[in-house]
Design a protein around this ligand. Structure first.
Ligand code: NDP
Ligand code: 2IT
Length: 451
């Protein structure tokens, strides 16, 4: 028997594509990882013998179910819900829940796959999972969202648990939705356990969880800039999105002396040449998160700003960019535009916001480029700390948590340096993150034999 699973990367990806028809996002995420792993395992027969790469690209299970709910007009609505339990080799499945009309099995499989490596990078004992539904919370009343969340959890509860699978928030799922889902879980099971993270502080949530993803992405950027002897102070930053991750990333950039120039949503982007300071960020948080408005309204409030309907912010000249909205929101042309305009660092708050072509453009240009699985791991890391606090039945203090977040982001940066340093001294953070994450999960899989 040959110890090589596949003769080359193309054959392997072709096989993944064949086995996952109509799932382009999943195939894309696998390809991005496999490009580095193929090379890394070339001289390591144990990984081939146990078919680790092939096995790691097959979720442990994909659960899909019907979610029925009643809208305010008394109409019965039907949505599809999922939970993808990708890999629990190093801990219980862990990862967010996304409610968005664009959610498909492919999107959730790519997210659960990415989550597996990301969670490994944090150094905490968490496997990878992701869930969601093709439900659009926009324009829905609180009661409609509540009924949907309750219905979703009425099926999900049998598949999750504090030591089994611990969901959290993602696009369209914030504190409100987590509250409704936790309430329903508690009601059905009569158990108060750490089955979800991102909870309210009154019922087992952790301090700094809301801030953690955005802050963490900026800490990672600071770590990258430090390798070139510079920092954020005085730098112009372009940020996409205007939700949880984008607004807290903007807050940290501002605190560290940078100037934020843009926010976006699914309709377009705003450019504020005066800079989006803390007061303006607070306005965006209130407007987008609490009142669920459109970013376009920003220009009514702040008159020097301009709104660009249907466009993304990457053409605005900047020193650093933080894509914090969604997958594939930055393509090869956007990457070339950023570089031509002088951008030296990109830190991904979102999951897979850059297309494969964009990733190669960044790497070829030798700029500082951190993939989401490294840069946005701060959120799930603090989720992991929330799990620890729930198990201990204690709440840790903010300074302690702030320090842990800083340390974890620095640790991930070091792992990327360890596996991503190239002969010309360039750090390939994609390669570093892929190999460091893969190695940990793969070695645990080897220890278990064929299961
Ligand atoms: P939110 O729901 O708070 O915000 C999402 C933002 O992205 C909104 O501005 C939204 O605009 C925009 N957006 C959503 N879908 C699209 C789309 N198809 N095209 C353009 N813009 C879009 O989500 P989060 O801030 O939590 O998540 C943002 C990204 O960060 C996601 O990729 C998520 O997976 C990732 N992430 C989140 C973590 C967390 O802890 N929350 C942790 C790690 C990663 P609109 O209002 O118009 O929908
Ligand atoms: O993509 C992500 O890492 C998240 N949405 C957060 C997951 C979590 O379990 O906190």
């Amino acid at each position: 028997m040959s110890v090589r699973e596949y003769p080359d990367l193309e054959t392997f990806i072709g096989d993944v594509r064949k086995h996952n028809p109509g799932q382009p996002e999943f195939v894309q995420a696998v390809q991005e990882v496999a490009e580095d792993i193929f090379d890394f395992i070339a001289d390591k027969p144990q990984y081939h013998e146990y078919q680790i790469l092939r096995r790691i690209c097959e979720p442990d299970r994909v659960i899909s179910f019907r979610v029925c709910w009643e809208d305010d007009q008394g109409q019965i609505r039907v949505q599809r819900g999922w939970r993808v339990q990708n890999n629990n080799s190093i801990g219980p499945y862990k990862g967010g829940i996304r409610f968005h009309p664009t959610v498909t099995e492919s999107v959730l499989k790519f997210l659960a796959f990415e989550q597996t490596f990301k969670n490994a990078l944090t150094g905490l004992p968490m496997g990878g999972g992701k869930g969601g539904a093709n439900f659009n919370p926009k324009g829905k009343s609180d009661h409609e969202v509540m009924r949907f969340c309750q219905s979703y959890m009425t099926e999900l509860y049998r598949h999750v648990g504090a030591d089994v699978d611990v969901p959290a928030g993602d696009i369209g799922v914030g504190a409100r939705e987590i509250g409704y889902m936790f309430g329903q879980y508690k009601r059905i099971t009569n158990q108060f356990t750490g089955v979800l993270t991102g909870k309210g502080l009154e019922y087992g949530g952790s301090l700094i969880r809301p801030e953690a993803t955005g802050y963490g992405a900026v800490y990672f950027l600071q770590n990258m800039l430090a390798t070139r002897g510079t920092d954020l102070s005085g730098m112009n930053a372009v940020i996409s999105g205007s939700g949880n991750v984008a607004t807290f990333a903007a807050e940290k950039v501002t605190q560290l002396g940078g100037k934020v120039l843009t926010f976006s949503d699914s309709q377009g982007f705003v450019h504020d040449p005066d800079g989006i300071d803390q007061d303006k960020i607070d306005w965006v948080k209130e407007h987008k998160t609490k009142r669920r408005g459109r970013i376009a309204d920003y220009v009514q409030e702040f008159k020097n700003a301009t709104y660009h309907e249907g466009k993304r912010p990457w053409s605005v000249p900047c020193d650093v960019a933080l894509p914090c909205a969604t997958q594939n929101e930055l393509d090869g042309d956007d990457a070339r535009t950023l570089i031509a305009n002088g951008c030296i660092g990109v830190s991904e708050g979102a999951n897979m916001p850059t297309t494969l072509e964009g990733v190669h453009v960044f790497k070829d240009a030798r700029i500082l480029y951190a993939p989401g699985k490294a840069a946005n791991a701060g959120g799930v890391a603090v989720s992991g700390l929330e799990m620890s606090q729930n198990s201990q039945r204690r709440s840790w203090k903010e300074p302690e948590l702030q320090k842990l977040l800083l340390d974890i982001m620095q640790g991930i940066h070091e792992s990327c340096l360890q596996y991503g340093q190239q002969s010309d001294d360039y750090v390939d953070y994609v390669r570093g993150a892929n190999i460091a994450g893969f190695k940990k999960v793969a070695d645990a899989m080897l220890a278990y034999g064929v299961v």
